[in-house]
Write a protein that binds this ligand. Structure first.
Ligand code: GLU
Ligand code: MG
Length: 452
């Protein structure tokens, strides 16, 4: 049965359009993130917002098979050029864009032409995972941490062209102070709560952290923040690259995810009798994720180039290990300072990058955590050294192909994603392996540098 109340949506769309017009908005960009992690867009004049809300705007089913390179893969559920989906803006997530005057933005939900939810709607899956968590009596709070490299617009392959300061160096910050200030004020005007911004390790690299939020909103914020970084960079004569590996040999761009599980107002990651104060529920939730990291990499590190980043001793987390404040562990427990842990304690998943679709990341992590809770899973002994120095350390997948195999073998994830999405995602991964898998690292980095 259709979930769309079209009359109500038309009315709400018209009301929101009035408000947007009064704020000078003329166009609304409607985005979805595809199976290859690219935010794709259609736009409508503000006068058509009511229609988009009620009836959607058309989009080809073939978008589900797009690779990051814009090639189109085939697969079991492909209909080739046939079929139409309807993209409906989520009016509750509508935001005027402060760095793109006259524009607003909204993420969409996908339906078919009969008004039925599309089984490959990543944002709907993230909402379903959140609802499943709520049905078990819990909620999650999440935040995506963004890392990117800036270059001068006319030297897009040179990470030292826009700022040459050292890693974490004040000189790098001060040389781009106006840019960083505009970026933070723009995000703040769009309702994004920036918590920290700093120069990172790699040449030209910065990192931005935002406040944790509800799962779907956290993914929306990840999309909005990235697109804002891109726009503000362009307006300052810069280019922003979110690729996992700007150049072979360097340190990569991560897309770490912080998450905590709560029972009402109680953070279950602190004050418990499990390891480092985790409650048994939080331990089981973390263990559900930890045990599935190989499969989760097919969602969170979903590109061929992701595996150039996943190297030991680069703080990317490549061994099967977890630990307290261990930056070489793919699952890091962050407690925060004593006295504040009931608010701050959280898990950080470090092995993910920004070629991932954040809605799929949210869904995969929550379903994995839930599987851990229902199995009353426990974490192994934590590791308090660089796991790469241990004889016994085992690597997580070192290629996308290995991660795909692990995902396909994980029935908790494939069942939660449903056959159409689970199958098509892996069709897209295989398409990218066919297209990019044989490229030498230098060339792979160059091809991927400005796609996401
Ligand atoms: N840039 C590192 C990465 O690729 C992470 C550095 C950090 O711990 O923030 O994930
Ligand atoms: Mg960082």
């Amino acid at each position: 049965m259709s979930q769309l109340d079209r009359a109500e949506l038309a009315q709400q769309g018209a009301i929101r359009a009035d408000g947007l017009r009064a704020a000078g908005v003329e166009l609304v960009a409607l985005t979805f993130v595809d199976n290859s992690g690219i935010a794709r867009v259609k736009a409508v004049p503000v006068d058509r917002l009511w229609s988009a809300a009620a009836w959607g705007v058309g989009a080809s089913n073939s978008f589900d098979f797009f690779l990051a390179t814009d090639d189109i893969a085939g697969g079991t559920y492909s209909r080739g050029p046939v079929g139409d989906l309807r993209l409906h803006p989520d009016l509750d997530a509508l935001v005027p864009l402060a760095a793109q005057p006259g524009w607003a933005w909204a993420p969409v939900r996908k339906y078919d032409t009969e008004g039925e939810p599309h089984p490959q709607d990543a944002r709907a899956l993230a909402a379903a995972a959140t609802a499943e968590l709520a049905a078990q009596g819990y909620r999650a709070r999440l935040a995506f941490e963004l890392e990117w490299v800036i270059t001068a617009a006319d030297a897009p392959d040179d990470p030292r062209s826009a700022t040459a300061g050292p890693a974490y160096g004040y000189a790098r910050l001060s040389s781009q102070a106006a840019y960083l200030r505009t970026l933070v004020s723009t995000l703040s005007a769009q309702g994004v709560a920036v918590e920290q911004i700093h120069p990172e390790y790699a040449a030209g690299q910065f990192e931005l952290s935002v406040a944790a939020d509800d799962p779907v909103r956290a993914a929306d914020i990840a999309v909005l923040t990235r697109e804002t970084i891109r726009t503000v960079s362009e307006r300052h004569g810069l280019r922003a690259s979110f690729t996992p590996k700007f150049e072979p040999g360097g340190v990569g761009n991560g897309g770490h995810v912080h998450l905590s599980i709560w029972d009402g107002d109680r953070n279950l990651c602190a004050g418990g009798d499990g390891p480092f104060g985790l409650t048994r529920t939080a331990e089981a939730f973390g263990a559900g994720i930890f045990g599935r990291l190989p499969a989760l990499l097919a969602i969170g590190a979903p590109s061929v180039v992701s595996y150039l980043r996943l190297e030991p001793h680069h703080w990317a987390g490549v061994f099967s290990a977890w630990g307290l404040e261990n930056r070489e562990a793919p699952l890091r427990l962050v407690q925060g300072p004593a006295g504040q842990r009931d608010r701050t304690a959280n898990f950080e998943v470090k092995c993910f990058d920004l070629t991932a679709n954040p809605y799929l990341v949210v869904a995969a992590l929550l379903f994995a955590g839930l599987a851990g809770v229902s199995a009353v899973a426990t974490l192994p002994e934590p590791v308090d050294v660089d796991p790469g120095t241990l004889e016994s350390a085992t690597r997580l997948p070192t290629s996308l192909a290995e991660a795909v195999t692990a995902f396909e073998a994980d029935s908790a994830l494939t069942t939660a994603f449903g056959p159409e999405l689970a199958t098509t995602l892996m069709d897209v991964r295989r398409g990218e392996i066919d297209r990019l898998g044989a490229l030498p690292p230098e060339e792979l980095c160059a091809v991927m540098r400005y796609l996401h």
